[in-house]
Ligand binder design. Sequence first.
Ligand SMILES: Cc1cc2nc3c(=O)[nH]c(=O)nc-3n(C[C@H](O)[C@H](O)[C@H](O)COP(=O)(O)OP(=O)(O)OC[C@H]3O[C@@H](n4cnc5c(N)ncnc54)[C@H](O)[C@@H]3O)c2cc1C
Length: 471
Amino acid sequence: MINRLHQILGDKGLITDPQEMHPYLIDWRDRRKGNAVCVALPATTEEVSLTMKVAAEEGQPVFPLGGNTGLCYGGVPESQTEEKPGIVISLQRMKQIREIDAAANIVTVDAGVILADLHEKCKPHKRQFPLYLGSEGSAQIGGLISTNAGGTGVVKYGPMRDLVAGIEVVLADGRILSDLEGLKKNNTGYDLKHLFIGAEGTLGIITGAALKMHPEDTNDAHAWVSVDSPETAVRLFTEFQDKCGPYVEAFELVSGTEIDAVVRHIDRIHVPFDTVPDWSLMIELTSSDTNVDLNGVFEEILGENLENGSVLDAFIASNSQQAEQIWHVRHSVTEANKIEGMGLVHDVAVRVSKVPAFIAKAKEVTAEKFPMATPILVNHLGDGNVHYILMFPHDYWKSVEDPYALTDEVQTCVHDIAAEFNGTFSAEHGVGRKLTGELKRLSDPLRYEMMKNIKKTLDPENRMNPGVLFD
Ligand SMILES: Cc1cc2nc3c(=O)[nH]c(=O)nc-3n(C[C@H](O)[C@H](O)[C@H](O)COP(=O)(O)OP(=O)(O)OC[C@H]3O[C@@H](n4cnc5c(N)ncnc54)[C@H](O)[C@@H]3O)c2cc1C
């Protein structure tokens, strides 16, 4: 098999040396390691197709890998059988921007293009691809589609699912399904691209995509607002939507416990208030119309709310450096939390209107059950997405007899509360190999059965990323 793959992929396209393979077998946090016969690095869709045909003939499982920034171990190759360890297929060499069509607002790319590179390529065309997230320097388009990623701009532009106009996929048997027309209107039956968006590599390998660009937002304004509670934050979000809905790009709610951790552990942090707020709203307004006075919009809405006491304090950035200072705090949370302690992160979502009640209930229940942990909250409030993090001190965690059991207990507790509010246990990070049990436990049984039937139809031998989504 290695010889056949070598003929297709050449020296640059195949890794078999265990040491060189190592970074492709382990998740980015070094928490879980898999195994594989080799790592294939195809440079074209045709090479992916030929590789998949060899894998099919050999009965080898296939593990697609993008930028390896996923948080649910979906990119860790774990075969279900020892005799067939499988092939990792990394798309890192597939980096072509195939076409930029500014009139149609469509950019067609190889799936291995890194998100930050795509941002740069769109700029000269006065367009943007409006997905922004902390991992954009490494995450690839194929991985972002496969996990249906969402960043800070979801309020305005939606998650990846709303930004994909078409995809090209290599199926388990090596056939290529191409749907890159990028049409705005096409009512010809099932829209198959949606099956592959969020499928986490279990149905095929995404090799290309037609993505929706938007006019560049050349006008922006940024504010950091101190509020007393999540209830006030939701009231303000509603008011912003009423008064300037189309401009709201990011509406993030961060707890004081998180800002405290960032201040303690990260350099160059500037908090523009005398004390760290109990609850911070970080808001971005954007527009492609440079005539709109976005700072004026902030002044009007926040001014009124300062007067009536809803807003405790507010800082509106008056230049790009001050804006950068605000978002530096927001983007530093992952790094700060790693130093702070053992943070058990939950990625739940409920309706925006239910966020305050969810937070209140989760804090009450977890305080009683896990009194040694501090709740830290980072929320994409505009999307109802709550990252409910229970932070255990490092020393305490080291003394826990069975950390896996405790992790499961905490997870079940938080996910059950989200379910009580008709929410989801995975808003944006996916299911991967981490949450397969939760998918089975918390899904509607009919939905679960239908998903398994789709998997069986497209991948009858269960060779596409086995162990992901379904145990
Ligand atoms: C600092 C940091 C911040 C983050 N912030 C966010 C955030 O705000 N929002 C968010 O949604 N996520 C966030 N993430 C999670 C992560 O970046 C996303 O899940 C991202 O979409 C993963 O892309 P990737 O290319 O790294 O995919 P990988 O991690 O390589 O893979 C993820 C899954 O997709 C599959 N896959 C990868 N490429 C393909 C392909 N071409 N075809 C088929 N399947 C494929 C893999 O098998 C795996 O199951 C963050 C991660 C980090 C480290």
